[in-house]
Design a protein around this ligand. Structure first.
Ligand code: HEM
Length: 496
């Protein structure tokens, strides 16, 4: 096992930079290749090395496939990146899979759709009093020669809540940085510890394998790159890098709370309870599923009240409905519905084998489908009480700049989005998709997708119908967040 060289990893993989409450994402296109490369060579990108005291500002950079092409990265090298990354988020076949249709279709996006793909996202983080000067100094005088700024995405600090007012950023996988986890593993219990290769390229993933990435023949341009773990004669352009998925999700906060309030017969406490059922957590972030006394590997005992739970003690969904956002996004142990499978059968599925039918895909083990969320909110705070009032004309939008990191976009982000979040038959449900994120569009064989079912004790259930679309996708792209050495390779820096 080789140790992780944190100095080669961009900081966002290891830290969410939560303390740096100001952040902006510049979506840029390269205007002048030589100037852009010079700017990238000079940029002080923040690594994942732990600093004491922690930095007051940070800079991270990621590229799209058209961006790498524009920088002159050879086609043969780009071909080594994943199919999803090269095709981009806005590809037509992909849009159907991701539910990016109707109002969410790429043709309606503000950025990222056909002909409007950024080349790079340059992410600035800082303490509020340092932020503006940090951005100005980092851009420097050559910025406008190098890049055309397509969009400047600002963020806001809502004190740990997302715009609907629910506490966010609570459940994250614990990365096995020390590579102690034996993979493939045969453990049947839910664990929060996930192999390093599920978050960084160049290390073993949950299958015990290396995820595909560009491996280069050594030559004068690649001497600075590390050797590949499974093929030491090759230079690993992917190692210590990962893919970054970005989606601008606009949230209609007034529509959300007004719908809940109406359903709750004009009682705000009941409306908040219905909202909690949709999320799977209360506004304060407590899970609806009962927590357990037994520790879960990788769950910090300090956060036991919020994270020490699976859905084993809620098999009927009476506490946390099957369709709740967090139960869809990480079903923990409900990936074995009804628990009727023999231990051997579970093991076969956990190892990723078994018949290749769609259903089996849906029930394959959750540890192959974890993501590291690194998004930030935008727009001003609006409490549930305020959201019940009509808004002013041309109100500024609110939402989430959703960002997640994963080395296998199709097995991680896309699986989550398609097989769990958007799936109208998830966990045996019918006629519904994620209560927060669903686009409510009808599908062949499923004309209604706007319901939400809440099972109750004693086999009863409550079903809310006619959920409107609360969240609209405004832009998105797949980026590659390179290691610092790969970044120097892209920028054409001399080796050494
Ligand atoms: C505006 C859109 C979204 C909102 C308002 C939202 C809101 C939330 C909230 C309130 C939580 C619970 C707090 C926490 O565990 O951190 C959560 C958890 C989570 N969300 Fe979202 N989310 C959104 C989009 C997405 C998307 C697009 C994905 C993935 C495709 C996603 C994946 C997850 C995951 C994996 C969890 C953690 C589940 C767990 O481990 O228990 N979310 N989200």
């Amino acid at each position: 096992m080789s140790e992780v060289d944190y100095a080669d990893v961009q900081g966002l993989v290891r830290f969410g930079y939560g303390r740096l409450t100001s952040a902006s994402y510049a979506l840029v296109r390269v205007k002048n290749v030589a100037a852009a490369k010079a700017w990238l060579r000079a940029a002080s990108v923040t690594s994942a090395v732990e600093q004491k005291p922690p930095p007051k500002t940070a800079l991270n950079i990621a590229f799209t496939a058209p961006g790498l092409e524009k920088l002159g990265v050879p086609e043969s090298v780009i071909a080594g990146f994943s199919h999803e990354f090269r095709g981009g988020m806005a590809q037509e076949s992909r849009s159907r899979q991701l539910g990016d249709v109707g109002d969410n279709a790429p043709s309606k996006w503000f950025w990222g759709g056909y002909g409007r793909e950024p080349h790079a996202v340059i992410m600035f983080f800082g303490e509020p009093d340092q932020f503006d000067s940090f951005v100005q100094t980092t851009k420097g005088s050559s910025w406008s020669d190098a890049f055309e700024e397509m969009t400047w995405l600002g963020t806001s600090n809502l004190d740990g809540n997302e715009p609907f007012s629910f506490a966010d950023g609570i459940s994250q996988p614990q990365i096995d940085w020390e590579q102690q986890r034996r993979t493939p593993c045969t453990q049947l219990q839910y664990t929060n510890i996930t192999a390093l290769g599920e978050f960084l390229l160049g290390y073993r993933n949950e299958y015990g394998k290396f995820t595909d990435r560009p491996l280069l023949e050594p030559d004068a341009t690649s001497t600075d790159l590390p050797s590949a773990g499974e093929a030491p004669a090759k230079k690993d352009l992917g190692r210590n890098g990962t893919y970054l998925v970005m989606r601008q999700l606009e949230q209609d906060v007034r529509k959300f709370w007004q719908f809940l309030y109406e359903q709750a017969g004009g009682n705000l406490a009941d409306a908040a309870q219905l909202g909690a059922k949709m999320v799977g957590r209360t506004l304060a972030g407590d899970p609806l599923a009962p927590t357990q006394d037994e520790p879960i590997p990788g769950v910090d005992p300090k956060s036991a009240q919020q994270n020490q739970f699976t859905y084993e003690s809620d098999p009927a969904g009476a506490h946390c409905p099957f369709g709740a956002h967090i139960r869809r996004a990480n079903p923990r142990n409900t990936d074995f519905p009804e628990q009727h499978l023999s231990a051997l059968r579970k093991l076969i599925i956990m190892l990723g084998f078994g018949p290749k039918r769609f259903y089996d895909d849906l029930t394959s083990s959750v540890r192959f489908h974890r993501i590291l969320r690194r998004g930030r909110e935008y727009g001003s705070e609006l409490s549930p009480e305020e959201a019940l009032q009509p808004g002013p004309p041309n109100e500024s939008p609110r939402g989430l700049h959703f960002i997640c990191l994963n080395p296998n976009i199709s097995r991680q982000f896309e699986f989550l989005q398609n097989a769990w979040i958007m799936n109208t038959k998830f966990s045996g449900l019918t006629g519904e998709s994620d209560p927060l994120l669903g686009n409510r569009g009808s599908l062949p064989g499923c004309p209604v997708t706007s319901a939400f079912t809440m099972p109750e004790d004693g086999g009863l259930r409550r079903r809310v119908c006619g959920l409107p679309q609360f969240i609209t996708l405004r832009g998105g792209a797949y980026f590659f967040l390179p290691s610092l050495r790969a970044l120097r390779y892209f920028a054409g820096a001399p080796n050494g």
